[in-house]
Write a new protein. Sequence first.
Length: 493
Amino acid sequence: MDTPDDLIERMLADPCGHASPSAYETARLVSLAPWLPGHAARLRYLLDEQLPDGLWGGPGRYALVPSLSAVEALLAVVREQGIGTATVVRAATRGLHAVADLLARCPVAGLPDTTAVELIVPALAEDVVRHVRALRKEPVAGLDLVELPVDVDTLVLRQVRRRLVAGTVPSHALLFSLEALGEAIAPVVNSLGRVDRLMCASPASMAAWLIVRPDAGVRRRLEGLATAGPVRGMISISVFERAWVVAWLLCAGAPVSQQDRVVPELEVTLGPAGSPGGEGLPPDGDVTTAVLHSLALLKRPQALDVLRRFETTTHFCCYPGERTPSVTVNAHALEALGSTSSGGAWREACAGKIISWLVLRQHEDGHWEDKWHASPYYATVCCALALNRYGGAKARLAVERAADWVVNTQRVDGGWGVWGSTAEETSYAVRILLSTGHPWSDVPRMGVEFLQANDGLPHPPLWHAKDLYTPGRIVDSSVLAALHLAREAERQR
C-alpha cells in the first residue's frame, strides 16, 4: 500500500484522475463509433467481460444497463459491421437471452438509481428490438434470437425527446447522456455552441455528438480516450478525486506533506457556479462542498456564498432540479459549513437544517443509503462522520446507531460489504468505528487484519455512474485513512 504522499504524488501527476473501465461506455463506442482506434480491443473486452450467466456488470439489477449496452453493441457488430464470427454470435445469443430473462424477473421500476437510467434502459431496449426484428428477416447462422419483454416504460424517454425536438434547452446533466436521445440528438447538438461540446463528458455522449455534427476538438479528445481500447465512464474525475482524497486523509489525521501543491489545484476549480467533478462536467453541489471542506482542512477556507446555489428549503441538492436528493451531498455540505467560521447566522441555520434532514433519513437499523454508491457503508461513513464532528447533541443518537449497525453487520472474515467483504467497505466501517469513539477491540482489529490481507487486490466497482465503477485512488485513500486511525488507536491503548 502506498503512503499518503505517494498517493497524492500519483494523483497530482494525473490530469484526469483514475477510474475503472466501463462496460456500458465501451459497448457504446463499439456500436456508435467503430471507426475509432482501439475498436478490436473494445470488442475483445466485451467478449472477455461477459459473465458465466451471460450478463455484464454488477450483481442483480446492476447488470441490466451494461448488459443491454453490450448486447446492442454485439448485435450491431453482427448486423451492421459484418463481424459474424462464432465467438461474437455466441456471446450475442447468450447476452440476449440473459437480458430478456433479467428484464422479465426485474421490473424496470426497481432499478438502481444510476445516471439517466430512466432514459438509457428504454433507449437501449428499443435498439435491441430493432436489431432482433431486422435479423429475423436476414438470419445469421448460429444466432438464436429472442424477444425482449414489452413492458419497458418509455414514457419519460418519449417526453424528453418531444420536448427537445420542440426546442427545449437541454440541461448540462442531459448532455452527459446524449446517446439515449435518438432522433432528438440532432436538434440538441445543433443548438449548442462549441463551448458546450465538452459537456458531453462521457465517451458515449461524445460519440453520439459526432454522428450528428463533426467536430475536430471532440474527435481528437475521443480518439485520445479510445486508443487503448476500453474506456471509462467520464473523461475526467480529477477534481472529485482530489477533494475526496485530501479530505479523507486529513480528517483521519494522516500525514500529508504536499499540501502546498494541492491547494492551488483545488482553488482554481471554484467558480461562481461551484466546482465540477472534472473536465466537461457541470459544477455540482457534491464536489463544490467537498472542495470547500478540503480547502478549509488545508487552512485555506473560502467564502461559502457559492453554496446558496445548491440550497433548497429543506436540504442541499447536487444540482437544481435533481430527481432524487442525496444524503452524502448533505453530509459534505455540513462538513463545508462546519469547517469554517464564515457565513454567520446563515451558516448556522443551514447546518441545523442539514442535521435534522440527515437524522430523519437514517434507516431504523442505523445505516444510510445514497444514489451515488451501491453500498450503504459509503453513505453511512459520510453521514456518521459529518454528524459526529459537526452535528452536536442533535445527532449523537444517530451516530451511535450507525456505529452499532457497523458492529452488527461485520462478516465472519472480519470485513464488511453489501454483497461480500471488500477492502473499500471495510475501510468505511473501520473509519466509522474509530472516528466516533468506538474502543480498539476485536471488531475494528479484525477489520484491519482484513484490509492488510487484501492489500493490493482490485477494488470491485461500487460507485454509480451509468454503470458501476471504481475511483481507485479515492478508495485507496479511505483504506490509508482507516489504517492510520488503527495505528493511532493501537498506539494509544
